[in-house]
Design a protein around this ligand. Structure first.
Ligand code: GLN
Length: 487
């Protein structure tokens, strides 16, 4: 079998058992990147150390030393996640030359597990956007149809996995930035429960919503990678205590059959409000096919109401920019960021540095966020949005009191054409309508491919209560089991 076709679970096993060397893996993936990335533009920077890292792993294995679970698995890392001695730009001009002196906790963990960090992926600047068109380093093409966007903001990570330029990848999801590109590119993407994966060393977009998660070609690889990065971290004040953190070890051993067994009798909710008027009937029917499949497996699917869903998008677009405007204040040319060379005084230095360093969409959000939190507006915008957020949390809690999972489409459309929505931010914001509620409530969700509409991939979304990420694993594996005709 071609090295590029191994799953992460099988590849790490093959590397451990000396069937394939880590060096051969890096060689195969580097070649692939050379071949296709000129076109796709999934990477901003490639690691120069990765061949050396592979050699270290190979040596350990031949010396009979033990290696980690991710041994020899090539991972692409979104460029807002800090990597020691490897440029981390956040997709922005203001950090064009920034080389961090430390690793984010998730990167540390990957390295400890002997993963191969192959490079840093392209993204919408500071994770702001849903198409990857807001990157200082140019747009990314969707490998499925190169005239279309891969989604965003983790567009580079999703495209890299789809184009086999990486086996798995890390992304971040603040309002859908893992699930939406996973849906557009035809792969699996998970946003874990808030607090389950450390944010230490991850540049904040909106810190009460941001969560690091993983991409893979299937459910098992996605969780396999998630297992190696999750867990309590004392350096992140929003990280959950070790006692609550989940150990996926047991569930990862469960096979398709066991997952199909698990799903029997589980209750799945379909919120009526997700099936908005004007939703493409083909998308609707694909999701209904998934629902039928779950019913055939013995799950109980019922329609429910999510009464405040309509407030999710406006609440998100007040809260996220408010937090963003505050988080980006540190990029002032003194504490962080490239400083412009010519200025009269310090005020002009700030102004010119930020004007030169930030792109259009980031500026738009900073203005929006500053307005929402300012004196007289605070109560009416930011304050109201927080109240709406509470209503959304309550709605979801109520649904999860009676149901194990919620199902919905991940996105209201398939991948759109490059340039098509760039001039119309509102139409871009609407792409997040199905994904933002989860971030507002801090729950977990996954997007799993469920077919094509006019030749373009589409995902369905499963959501679960906080710290019940394992349910997404079982339900996802059960679905894939049926698709692969396991029984
Ligand atoms: N598309 C959303 C936005 O532009 C989500 C971004 C994200 O999840 N990082 O805000």
């Amino acid at each position: 079998m071609d090295i590029l076709d191994y799953s992460a679970v099988d590849l790490s096993k093959a590397v451990k058992e000396k069937e394939i060397s880590a060096t051969e893996v890096v060689r195969a993936y580097s070649l692939r990147i050379k071949e296709v990335d000129k076109d796709i533009n999934a990477y901003i920077s490639l690691s120069e150390d990765v061949f050396k890292d592979a050699e270290v792993i190979d040596k350990k294995i031949s010396a009979g030393e033990s290696v980690g679970d991710m041994a020899g698995v090539p991972v692409a890392v979104k460029d807002n996640i800090m990597t020691r001695n490897l440029r981390s730009t956040c997709g922005s001009k203001i950090l064009e030359n920034f080389v961090p002196p430390y690793d984010a906790t998730v990167v540390e963990k990957l390295k400890r597990n002997d993963a191969l960090i192959i490079g840093k992926t392209n993204m919408d600047e500071f994770a702001v956007g849903g198409s990857n068109e807001n990157s200082y380093f140019g747009f990314v093409r969707n490998p499925v149809d190169k005239e279309r966007v891969p989604g965003g903001s983790s567009g580079g990570s999703a495209a890299a996995v789809t184009a086999k330029e990486a086996l798995v990848a890390l992304g971040s999801d603040t309002g859908g930035s893992i699930r939406q590109p996973a849906s557009f590119c035809g792969i699996v993407g998970i946003k874990p429960t808030y607090g389950m994966v450390s944010r230490f060393g991850v540049a904040s977009m909106a810190n009460t919503l941001d969560q690091v998660g993983t991409f893979g070609r299937d459910v098992r690889d996605t969780f396999y990678t998630l297992r190696s990065i999750s867990g309590f971290d004392e350096r992140d004040l929003t990280s959950f205590d070790a006692n609550i953190s989940i150990d996926f070890t047991k569930s990862l051993e469960e096979s398709y059959e066991e997952s199909m067994e698990w799903i029997r009798g589980k209750k799945i909710a379909i919120p009526e409000e997700y099936f908005i008027e004007g939703l493409n009937p083909q998308i609707n029917s694909l999701i209904m096919q998934v629902v039928d499949m779950y019913e055939e497996m013995g799950a109980i699917v019922e329609s429910v109401n999510f009464p405040h869903l309509e407030y999710a998008l406006p609440a998100y677009y007040a809260i996220a920019p408010s937090e963003l405007s505050s988080n980006l204040a540190r990029f002032d040319g003194i504490r962080y960021g490239n400083r412009v060379e010519e200025y009269e005084d310090i005020d002009e230095m700030f102004e010119k540095t930020r004007d030169d360093g930030f792109g259009e969409e980031v500026k738009r959000r900073i203005i929006l966020g500053t307005m929402c939190t300012q004196g007289g507006f605070n109560k009416n915008f930011y304050g109201k949005a927080l109240k709406a957020r509470t209503l959304i949390v309550e709605d979801m809690t109520k649904i999860f009191d009676d149901y194990d999972l919620i199902i919905s489409p991940t996105t209201p459309t398939t991948a759109f054409k490059i340039g098509e929505r760039k001039a119309d931010p509102m139409s871009m914001y609407l792409a997040d309508v199905f994904t933002v509620p989860l971030n507002l409530a801090g729950n977990c969700g996954i997007s799993i491919p469920c077919g094509e509409v006019d030749g373009l991939p589409l995902g369905f979304q499963l959501m679960a209560e906080r710290f019940e990420d394992e349910k997404l694993y079982y339900a996802g594996m059960a679905y894939e089991g049926v698709m692969r005709n396991v029984l």
